[in-house]
Ligand binder design. Structure first.
Ligand SMILES: Cc1cc2nc3c(=O)[nH]c(=O)nc-3n(C[C@H](O)[C@H](O)[C@H](O)COP(=O)(O)OP(=O)(O)OC[C@H]3O[C@@H](n4cnc5c(N)ncnc54)[C@H](O)[C@@H]3O)c2cc1C
Length: 388
């Protein structure tokens, strides 16, 4: 069985590794000329750590990650609004939560890919998926064409050709907020603890995720009705106007993050779809179920897809339709729940009504965070053989 994977992001690379480990012959096609990634960093929650252990990558990743112990919610003036104990989530699930830079994570995935002898063909931008009787042909911008027994569409959220082929629609939905993301590094010890700080304003939010005492990635967000311009030379000015008066280390990380380590993203997601496959092609990762970054689970769910899909295909390789349907059935409810959770939190965080935000912050102080940690562990464990 040979498999063509369209897209070399988290979903594409991790699936390639998982499928190769199950004995499939895999090739990855990526439009970029070399390794690249969006975003600054991710938290690998315990559900994703489980998958990384199955792929034989967890130990290596642990060596270059931070171990966040808590996620503190604060007002923009620094008032404590509550704290989620991440160690409790880890204990409930039996795996660690890890903070890591996207670039470091992607490099580890790619080097595993190479060590398994999997080819990744860069500068292969898919332009068309041509439907044949039972299969599809893939056409690339460079004039090449390919086909395979199984095609996996992992071409992301913004312009997925695979999603369009399967569902007829690949238009992501702008969810009314901007994220500036960046990577901050200092020669001095800046972070006393590896604690995530999530500052909430009115229609604004700033999150800092330390990876070590010297290094963190961060995201500043603001509600914005319309999609506007992206000019890297203005990013710092925009951030300073919004956040320079905020509490804690917000000003420090903005001021001391080099401009070329900042990106600005008008944040989109997709409505859940129940249809994930057509002919011999299945979509996974953001192409199938792109959640907002407020879910914290996009990359983690891409990793879960890799593990589930490799199992479904290995167990049912003679009946592709059955394998694809089983995979969709295993993944649909969980990923739909995560899309909805991301939207729910975003609609609260990026609400620009002062009274709403005042009440939201007061309510946040009254939440039972032990129950929150338990519920998060339970939800994220679903579909995986881990107890929570
Ligand atoms: C601002 C922001 C912050 C985020 N923060 C987090 C976080 O903290 N934690 C978390 O878990 N998730 C986070 N996410 C979500 C996470 O980035 C995605 O869910 C995850 O990367 C999905 O992986 P993917 O492989 O499906 O898509 P992608 O990583 O987007 O990969 C898709 C790949 O396909 C390639 N491609 C696209 N079109 C074509 C084509 N036509 N031909 C060939 N190749 C193509 C792209 O170049 C890319 O390499 C964040 C997302 C955003 C937008």
């Amino acid at each position: 069985m040979n498999i063509a994977i369209l897209g070399g992001g988290v979903a594409g690379i991790s699936s390639a590794i998982a499928l190769k480990q199950k004995g499939f012959d895999v090739t990855v096609y990526e439009r970029n000329p070399s390794e690249s990634n969006i975003g600054a960093g991710i938290v690998i929650w315990p559900n994703a750590s489980y998958v990384l252990e199955q792929l034989g990558l967890l130990e290596e990743i642990k060596k270059v990650s931070g171990y966040p112990s808590a996620m503190q919610r604060l007002s923009n003036t620094g008032e404590e609004l509550g704290s989620i104990n991440i160690e409790e989530i880890n204990n409930n699930m039996g795996y660690p939560s890890l903070s890591i830079l996207r670039s470091v994570f992607q490099t580890i995935l790619i080097s595993k890919l190479k060590s398994l002898g999997i080819t990744i063909k860069y500068s292969h931008e898919i332009t068309k998926i041509e439907e044949k009787k039972k299969t599809v042909n893939i056409h690339f911008k460079n004039g090449e064409k390919t086909t395979a027994n199984i095609i996996i569409g992992a071409d992301g959220r913004m312009s997925s050709i695979a999603r369009k082929f399967v569902t007829g629609n690949n238009k992501p939905i702008y969810q009314g907020f901007i994220n500036w993301v960046g990577v901050y590094e200092s020669k001095e010890k800046v972070f006393d603890d590896i604690v995530v700080k999530d500052y909430w304003g009115t229609g604004e939010r700033f999150g800092i995720v330390p990876i070590s005492q010297y290094k963190a990635y961060w995201a500043g967000g603001v509600a914005a009705k319309k999609i506007g311009i992206r000019k890297p030379a203005l990013y710092k000015k925009e951030l300073n106007t919004l956040f320079s008066h905020w509490a804690g280390l917000v000003n420090e990380v903005i001021t001391n993050t080099p401009q070329n380590k900042i990106n600005k993203i008008y944040v989109h997601d997709h409505n859940p779809t129940e249809v994930w496959h057509k002919k011999n092609l299945i979509i996974i990762g953001d192409s199938a179920h792109a959640p907002l970054p407020t879910s914290g689970q996009g990359a983690c769910q891409a990793l879960e897809d890799a593990w589930h899909l490799s199992n479904c295909l290995a167990e049912n390789s003679k009946d592709l339709d059955y394998a694809f349907s089983k995979f969709t059935q295993l993944r649909l409810d969980k990923t739909t729940g995560i899309i909805n959770a991301g939207r729910g939190l975003a609609s609260s965080l990026f609400n620009s009504d002062q009274e709403f935000c005042k009440i939201r912050n007061e309510n946040s102080k009254k939440i039972d965070y032990v129950q929150v940690a338990k519920a998060m562990a339970k939800g994220w464990s679903s579909g995986l053989p881990i107890n929570a």
